[in-house]
Design a protein around this ligand. Structure first.
Ligand SMILES: [Zn+2]
Length: 285
């Protein structure tokens, strides 16, 4: 498997027989090298995460799939993953599969699926078979797709390579995200094909690290609150994310809010006006 690719936009690369990747020209701080669009099947008839509706990208997908495009899968409906779906469906008549967009910011409301898979549904698409694995957390409608034969999991933004997953509340949910990471860990897949970055060939280690990272961050939030009795969001951000570049603090704030909402839901933290405090100091140890 080609793991050392530079992920150049517009370049169609074959990662495995029947698995091609095309990177969208939307690289940036939140998207890394750009969104990965996968074309699956011997005839590249299935597109997974068509990406943004940028003309050059839509043209490149149409060129790669030729007149064979039959199915378009979407892991979730953030604006860097699904807007090309409606455009491609109009051009090709392909069937759209995924969960409809929630009413939240940065959601692609143009995505209107023909088929909403249920959790565990096996999708048969002209010789390409994938299993839908619901993974809410980064987005409430997030779905991963598993190629059972190869033990290859397409993770969209649930797991990325080279950048950190943002949990934008209120649609994003930290407790659900951690549970979905554990759910994917239990699948024991051989490889992960993420929505951003290169193939991950040691997924168990990567997943354990991600889960540990989130739990450690949560422990730091609790420790900081236990020490000072109460703190504002700004104070927590400065202390708990002191290892993260200041430029990324607006992004980190999303995750901090998601941690705090999880802790409030669990009854471990309470909010009073501008301040957050722990409710049961004894439990923090
Ligand atoms: Zn996303």
């Amino acid at each position: 498997m080609n793991r050392t690719s530079k992920l150049r936009p517009g370049l169609l690369e074959e990662l495995l027989p029947g698995v091609h990747r095309l990177v969208a020209p939307n690289g940036g701080p939140m998207t890394g090298p750009g969104t990965n669009t996968y074309l699956l099947g011997q005839r590249r008839q299935v597109v997974l995460d068509p990406g943004p509706a940028i003309n050059a990208h839509v043209d490149a997908i149409m060129q790669a799939a030729g007149d064979q495009l039959s199915h378009i899968l979407v892991t979730h409906t953030h604006v860097d993953h699904s807007p090309a779906a409606a455009v491609l469906a109009k051009l090709s008549g392909a069937r759209l599969i995924g969960l409809p967009p929630p009413a939240a910011p940065r959601q692609d409301q143009s995505f209107c699926p023909d088929e909403n898979p249920h959790d565990g549904a096996v999708l048969e698409m002209d010789g390409v078979q994938l299993r839908a694995i619901f993974t809410p957390g980064h987005a409430s409608n997030h779905v991963c797709f598993l190629d059972d034969d190869r033990r290859l999991l397409f993770t969209g933004d649930h797991v990325m390579q080279g950048s950190t997953v943002v949990i934008p509340s209120p649609d994003g949910d930290m407790a659900a995200y951690i549970a979905s990471l554990q759910k994917v860990e239990a699948l024991q897949v051989a490889n992960i094909a993420p929505g951003h970055g290169n193939i991950i060939d040691d997924p168990q280690r990567a997943l354990r690290r991600l889960i540990r990272h989130r739990l450690q961050r949560e422990a730091r939030v609790l420790a900081r609150l236990a020490k000072a009795e109460r703190a504002t969001l700004e104070e927590l951000l400065a202390d708990v994310y002191d290892d993260v570049s200041k430029q990324l603090h607006p992004v980190a704030e999303f995750s901090l809010r998601a941690h705090l909402i999880k802790l409030v839901d669990e009854g471990r933290v309470a909010k009073e006006g501008r301040f957050w405090r722990v409710t049961e100091p004894d439990r923090q140890g």
